[in-house]
Design a protein around this ligand. Structure first.
Ligand code: P1T
Length: 382
């Protein structure tokens, strides 16, 4: 099956999820499942933290989208990240991470997981050689986003994964910004793909979720054990919303991309805009690499507004169709100020080095009529 078909059918084949032939997976609310005898669960289910039929349907679907053998669902993107790292690493291990990451990921690494004896080094992974140079004897994992949040920097997933696998290092790629529709890091050599399902997978800003996908049995066994042992799982209702959202992923991503490209081109020609960052623009420094490993450019456009921080805040107050809000990937357009919102927890110095300036704005371009979006931005910029 092709992508759009899998996104609608896998995990919800009538007969697979229930005897009654439901076309939509039922929301199985039961937290526990009666046994016939002490050692014999009836349908393979014991307790919903361990496994639940609605979550199983979602996990089958998620694996199909990334063409992986396995997928595991979590209560949020960060829950998936924490559970994955705690499953695979131990005290004394070292992680090399892209320096431009979602602020919450960096906070999890630097302020929480580092308390458990894990070390993190942040490098500009746009140059694969920087990753290579940061790898040491204790390095067990390389953590990438591509394109990154919020600066849409791209790294060569294939080149980095090759070097990592030669040294027995696990490569994890957070594929949230591309969604499985535009990029499949496992096909490029990564060991694990991670998603904040809160974004494009859910697609409607009404459910938090996270997922990891892998075809590596050893990684899967450890992560599956800890999905249950740690217990950061999504509720059956969350799983239903994600299954429902994913059905339209293909059509949504096409429209996100069309609208984002129009918005990016328009802003690039706008006199009040200093620069626009969007992988689909020829002006993006890694446009060619992006074309090689992604089949599209997604729906996030970052740009710098001319003027002072006060001007930027005035602009953000004046948008009407865009909502001034964190998050991305929903059908509705959102806009935000990374330095004071999504990336406020990244130390000021690090933000400066990365290029997350006070004038930087990140837009998640939704699937509304693009002329309304452009008119809204123009009105606020004027
Ligand atoms: O919010 P949560 O579902 O826990 O996912 C965390 C996360 C992980 N990875 C990436 C690339 C992300 O962008 C996020 C969440 N990001 C936002 C909330 C944001 O506005 O950027």
């Amino acid at each position: 099956m092709k992508f759009a078909t899998k996104a609608i059918h896998v995990g919800e084949e009538p007969g697979l999820v229930s005897e009654s032939g439901d076309v939509v997976a039922p929301i199985h609310l039961s937290t526990t499942f009666a046994r016939r005898e002490v050692e014999k669960p009836r349908g393979g289910y014991e307790y919903s933290r361990t496994a639940n039929p609605t979550r199983d349907a979602l996990e089958l679907r998620l694996a199909a989208l990334e063409e992986s053998k396995h997928a595991l669902a979590f209560a949020s993107g960060l829950a998936a990240e924490a559970s994955l790292v705690l499953s695979l690493l131990k005290k004394g291990d070292h992680v090399v991470a892209f320096d431009d990451l979602y602020g919450g990921t960096r906070r999890l690494f630097s302020q929480t997981l580092s308390n458990f004896g894990l070390d993190f080094t942040y490098v500009d992974a746009r140059e694969a050689r920087n990753v290579d140079q940061a790898v040491g004897k204790r390095t067990k994992m390389i953590w990438l986003e591509s394109p990154t949040n919020p600066l849409l920097k791209i790294c060569d997933i294939k080149a980095i994964s090759e070097v990592a696998s030669r040294r027995d290092i696990i490569t994890v790629v957070d594929n949230t910004f591309m969604s499985p529709y535009f990029q499949n890091p496992l096909q490029l050599g990564a060991d694990v793909v991670l998603h904040s399902a809160t974004k494009y997978l859910g697609g409607h800003s009404d459910v938090l979720g996270g997922a990891i996908m892998t075809s590596n049995e050893e990684i899967y066994t450890k992560a599956k054990f800890n999905q249950n042992a740690i217990g950061a799982v999504p509720s059956p209702f969350d799983c239903f919303l994600l299954l429902r959202g994913i059905k339209t992923l293909a059509v949504r991503m096409e429209r996100h991309q069309l609208n984002a490209m129009r918005v990016a081109e328009h802003l690039e020609a706008h006199p009040a805009v200093e620069k626009v960052i969007y992988p689909g623009l020829k002006s993006h420094p890694q446009h060619t690499l992006g074309k090689r490993q992604m089949s599209g450019s997604g729906g996030v456009v970052s740009f710098e507004v001319k003027g002072t921080l006060r001007d930027v805040k005035r602009f953000l107050r004046r948008v009407k169709v865009f909502s001034l809000a964190e998050s991305l990937g929903g059908v509705e357009s959102l806009i935000e100020h990374p330095a004071s919102m999504t990336h406020a927890s990244v130390p000021g110095k690090a933000r400066e080095v990365l290029g997350i300036t006070d004038r930087l704005v990140r837009a998640s371009v939704g699937i509304e009529d693009v002329s309304d979006l452009i008119e809204d931005l123009d009105g606020a910029l004027d």
